[in-house]
Ligand binder design. Sequence first.
Ligand code: ADP
Length: 490
Amino acid sequence: MYIIQIASECAPVAKVGGLGDVVFGLSRELEIRGNSVEIILPKYDCLRYDQIYGLQVAYQDLWVPWYGGTVHCSVFFGFVHGRKCFLIEPHSEQNFFNRRIFYGHPDDDQRFAFFCRAALEFMFKSGKHPDVVHCHDWQTGLVPVLLYEIYQPLGLTHPRVCYTLHNLQHQGVTREHILRATGLNRHAHFFHPDRLQDNFNHGAINLMKGGIVYSNFVTTVSRRYAHEIMHASVNYGLGHTLHVHGGKVGGILNGLDYDVWNPETDSHIPRRYGVETLDAKYDNKAALRQRFWLRDSLKPIVCYVGRLDHQKGLPLITHAIQYCLQNGCQFVLLGTSPDGRIAHHFAGLKRHYNDHPDCHLELGFNEELSRLIYAGSDLIIMPSLFEPCGLTQMIGLKYGTVPVVRTTGGLADTVFDADYADKPFQERNGYTFNDFNHAGIESALHRAIGLWYSYPNHFRELMVNGMRCDYSWNHPGQHYLNVYDYIRDK
Ligand code: ADP
């Protein structure tokens, strides 16, 4: 099968969170299974160019329709750790992708709407007729709209579209100028409750809603999150749309690329280890302490790695730091936030704990450092308010770092409580809690810390259970191929 992924991220060259890992890992799995996969990305100035091999111009003069005129673009081609990537570079005064960061500009709606139009124009002009176009999140929600409304009548009749929702919190709610900008000129047709009009703000259009309405199949990144967005209030206003299109909505748990995330082969950690060589993990613990000037003592290290976003349960993360330090643990955090107030809060906490011998907060994005933290810690917390899938807990599991998570979304599908899970012991791999409050996270942390101190052999068994879980792309890869096959026949 010939598949084109259109996305705003692809690890490791353009990664803000899990989306980047998924685009890379799924593409790789599909290729291993004999499919041909290409990825189309914006050519950001902040790409990790050191990780792109053989970058060269692939299509010189692409003229992309935009607001009744055209924008001149070049399309580059390069390999990202073996994946075939096309990178679109517009030459316009708005400098859409030369902003030094991936997201967070007031005109993000225009930047990514332009990207959608450019990606399709490129496919059309270069004669690409994939069986499936797979696009992701609000940034590429216009892809199926443009494909079926503009490019299919022009002859791009073959591709079917799979659209994956990684997070419903961000939907691309914007104004109707985006319709004019991208050539979707029949205003009354598109600005309609059955198509792109936002369900709540009737003066706005919703790009994610457009993606849901127009694509052939909609997936989200865990079965639990699929259920939650259909039946609970975490759909941020898209519940009705998801119900209307419920026949083509499903949940497929993200995989983790074990070629990239594996303590047995990870070249960025001081000592590699696996189930049979678990003791070597403690050399990484020592290295982590050294790196962050933590004192050497018989204590578990609890960590948090991830975006510092409302979604991640910031009040509970803040509380957990204090609770862990008061209950015989060391605490390490690696995270960053584009939100000024959140960044300010954590900068204050960092100053507060600066001289603490058992605590270090590192504010920034650093993948190499994240690997040392995964490898060197004993416990990892994810007290998310909601979590579509979550890769961090899966990485923790693979690295023998026992997750303590709130039972929501993908966390509920991957972490099974050591004491209470409805599963045999070998399938239990962490600690979970339900209530989004201090008592909730304390109940789980208390049990986890207690096991570490009182029953170290039992704790080790829990670590091994986690390391033996198979959250690779093996199963999800097959599920996605089943979806692709299903929509191709339609
Ligand atoms: P989300 O997609 O909501 O950000 P996930 O748990 O699905 O959360 O994926 C997070 C990914 O991003 C993981 O690979 C994690 O290691 C990585 N990550 C997040 N924040 C940082 C950071 N500050 N430094 C390094 N890696 C990070």
